[in-house]
Write a new protein. Structure first.
Length: 323
């Protein structure tokens, strides 16, 4: 399927952007339908795709369009790609536009100015989609992301308070994150790993190297000392809601490099596994065995650490559109 979909990437639809925000500032969205204008009857699904550390939101928007075209759902889907900018990262910032320091946007931290967190922005987008007047036929919302965007989505799925206010179901698709938000102090035994078939060569135990990595269970990697948006969600609520939420993890079959410069190699991440694929397999099994979570896993064949390979290929189309 991938080659025909790559041809779709040559499609060059008119640039469509919109601002969403609060009194503190705004974030720029790439989108196929206005979130503040006229009604959009016939739109049945919203597909949000969160960019990675490169913050290349326009490319992610076009890749999401390609995935939507591959599924044959372009007429029924509103595609949205928010842009979380960073001046330090080389982004051009408009007057009044929100920006984030470093990778704080991946875990729901506040913008440089004001109190708005990156997760508040997604809440606002979902609130706009929740309008039965603007989207009268909406049936579901899919919040997806790759790499740093996959981290964003996995944590947002765990801590957000917006899903309970939605009148349609919300699904989450986290592709190739470099690290995960664990719900307790348990980690896989040293040298052990897990398979996509639910088999692990070891057990989940209290982290074996905790004495040398004392922050391994602090947020963004664990429940302790939560900050930003996550600090407003109680541990009890997170433990209750995350295992029940509709979450799919996508792992590139070839995303196994340990020398990738973008791979998180902190001790907190190493506690979760040696590379992205194994970290994902371990975390998926962790959620299944420790919390009986009804989460799903897809392996993207032939894909390394590539958002376009994942989301324009069969694994991403299946995860987002069920096809």
């Amino acid at each position: 399927m991938l080659l025909p979909i790559l041809a779709l990437l040559m499609v060059n639809p008119p640039a469509q952007t919109e601002h969403i925000g609060s009194a503190y500032g705004f974030v720029t969205l790439w989108r196929s339908h206005s979130l503040s204008g006229a009604a959009h009857p016939g739109v049945e699904r919203a597909f949000l795709l969160i960019h990675g550390a490169g913050r290349n939101a326009e490319e992610y928007y076009r890749w999401a369009l390609a995935s939507t075209m591959a599924a044959g759902e372009i007429e029924k889907t509103v595609v949205i790609a928010p842009h979380f900018k960073s001046r330090a990262g080389g982004d051009s910032i408009e007057v009044g536009e929100l920006e984030w320091n470093g990778g704080g946007w991946t875990s729901g931290e506040p913008a440089v100015v004001g109190r708005t967190t990156s997760y508040d922005v997604i809440d606002q987008i979902l609130e706009s989609l929740n309008s039965s007047e603007r989207f009268p036929d909406l049936k579901e919302v899919v919040v997806a992301g790759h790499s740093a965007g996959g981290q964003f989505v996995q944590r947002y799925a765990a801590v957000n308070r917006m899903e309970a206010r939605m009148h349609v179901p919300v699904r989450y698709v986290a592709a190739n994150p470099s690290s995960y938000f664990y719900l307790n102090e348990m980690r896989m035994q040293l040298g052990a790993t897990c398979s996509e078939n639910g088999r692990c060569s070891g057990k989940f135990v209290k982290y074996w190297d905790a004495a040398n990595c004392t922050t391994y269970n602090q947020y963004r990697y664990g429940m302790e000392k939560r900050t930003g948006y996550a600090a407003g969600s109680s541990e009890e609520n997170i433990l209750e809601q995350y295992p029940r939420r509709n979450v799919t993890y996508i792992l590139g079959a070839l995303d196994t490099r340990t020398d990738d410069s973008s791979l998180d190699r902190s001790c907190r991440a190493i506690a979760q596994g040696p590379n992205r694929k194994e970290r994902g397999l371990i975390f998926f099994n962790y959620m299944k065995t420790q919390f009986n979570a009804a989460h799903s896993l897809e392996i993207a064949p032939g894909c390394g650490h590539s958002a376009v390979c994942v989301f324009a290929g069969p694994a991403g189309v299946k995860a987002v559109f069920g096809k």
